[in-house]
Design a protein around this ligand. Structure first.
Ligand SMILES: [Zn+2]
Length: 423
């Protein structure tokens, strides 16, 4: 029964047969679809990708750009409706997170485009040793600083308004709002940048491979980069525990991470855009974008893993497990160390193994600071557990780990060792 991976640090809570550190896309951005029919979304994305590439190869650039701009947002919004994550309110979610961000982004990027600040880098051409064009200070400032920073602020507005509502205060809600907002921005970005192509009609394409690669980069890698980056920041805004965390240090860190990812992506694309060989240029741009995306996906999976453990523990704590009746709709207690919900009458946090008898193994400063008002009832509840039902709570923990995936066997020794390791 005692798994060596006590905190399930390696086995992804969304899909236990996958490790947390993995690049699996669908289970990362569409966690709630995994138990139902992940193949549907995978198939929809594949069909859209193939359609976009084929139309690009045959020179139907307006259609290719449209598919690239809308494929991921449409699949994602269908997913949100499909899993019915917010009961009857998906329309307000879609409006605030998608339409608001899309309109603000279109306005902002359209303005930059109007003033010629968004033009693609002109590849350095070598005419008798005379280099034409090259990275410029203003180009770098706009591409790699202005657009990532202002863009991220635009992308935060809708999700933050939504996540401040009591009905949407879970970490998973914040993550999903962020992804919707991010892909909306990406759609506006693709449409604004390639507007001339949309209105240009059928054009003979001299270099179909390059076009297909560009469509893949802009339509399928870019939205995922922007979406997951914004999702990380919004997930930190929602945070663990009761209610939303709001503008905390963790949120600032998430925001900085999101902006940094966008700067890394945009700066790479801008600088590589000056390579003269179009094939080499687009291949290196895609390779760079995939590296940025890989880092983001691993980050999101970690955030999500904790979000799901929180949801599962809250369900267990409310419904009750084993001998415990659960708190029902009453107030939950949260672990002073990791902010995960505590099962009633348990002496140890089911997620991190911290002893919830405040004052014993818990690192003093951190525990009291984080625990706040919740500390006293938690200690009281645990004290009752100690007096009456130590075997009961042990049994409760075992029952939970069978019923719920994201669980941890609690064991005083593990908790002790975790403390010793300076976890
Ligand atoms: Zn804990």
């Amino acid at each position: 029964m005692r798994s060596p991976d006590v905190a399930r640090r390696k086995s992804f809570a969304v899909k236990p047969d996958e490790p947390v550190a993995s690049f699996a896309l669908v289970s990362t951005i569409m966690p709630r679809g995994v138990s139902g029919h992940p193949q549907t979304y995978r198939l929809a994305l594949t069909v859209a990708l193939v359609a976009a590439l084929i139309t690009a190869i045959f020179g139907l650039l307006p259609i290719a750009v449209l598919i690239a701009a809308f494929a991921i947002p449409i699949v994602y919004i269908v997913y949100v409706y499909d899993v019915n994550q917010w009961e009857d309110q998906p329309i307000s979610v879609t409006a605030l997170a998608f339409v608001l961000t899309g309109l603000l982004a279109a306005g902002f990027l359209g303005l930059l485009k109007f003033f010629g600040l968004l033009d693609a880098p002109m590849p350095t051409s070598d005419f008798g040793g005379l280099a034409l064009g090259g990275p410029s200070v203003s180009g770098i400032l706009v591409w790699a600083l202005l657009v990532p920073v202002v863009g991220e602020i635009i992308r935060q507005i809708g999700p933050v308004i939504l996540a401040s509502r009591p009905a949407f205060d879970d970490l998973m809600d914040g993550l999903t709002f962020g992804i919707i907002s991010g892909v909306a921005f990406s759609t506006a970005d693709t449409l604004v940048r390639h507007w001339p192509m949309l209105t240009g009609g059928f054009v003979g394409v001299s270099d179909p491979g390059t076009w297909a690669s560009l469509i893949f980069l802009e339509g399928f890698v870019k939205p995922l980069i922007i979406g997951t980056a914004t999702g990380i920041a919004c997930a930190e805004f929602s945070g663990l525990g009761a209610g939303y965390d709001g503008f905390t240090g963790r949120y600032v860190r998430g925001l900085v991470e999101a902006i940094a990812a966008n700067i890394a992506y945009a700066a790479g694309i801008y600088l590589l855009g000056f390579l003269a060989d179009p094939t080499l240029r687009i291949m290196l741009q895609i390779a760079w974008a995939l590296v940025v995306l890989a880092v983001l996906i691993i980050r999101v999976r970690n955030v999500l893993h904790h979000g799901l453990m929180e949801a599962a523990l809250e369900a267990s704590a409310r419904e009750g497990v084993g001998a415990s009746s659960g708190v029902g709709q009453g107030r939950l207690d949260f672990c002073p160390a990791c902010e995960m919900p505590l099962l009633q009458d348990s002496q140890f946090c089911t997620a991190c193994g911290t002893n919830t008898l405040v004052g014993s193994h818990v690192r003093p400063g951190e525990a009291r600071e984080l625990a706040g008002v919740g500390a006293a009832p938690a200690a009281a509840g645990s004290a009752v557990g100690t007096a009456t039902s130590t075997p009961g709570s042990e049994q409760a923990a075992t029952a939970t780990s069978e019923a719920q995936e994201p669980e941890r066997e609690v064991n005083p020794r593990d908790a002790f060792f975790d403390e010793e390791e300076g976890r």
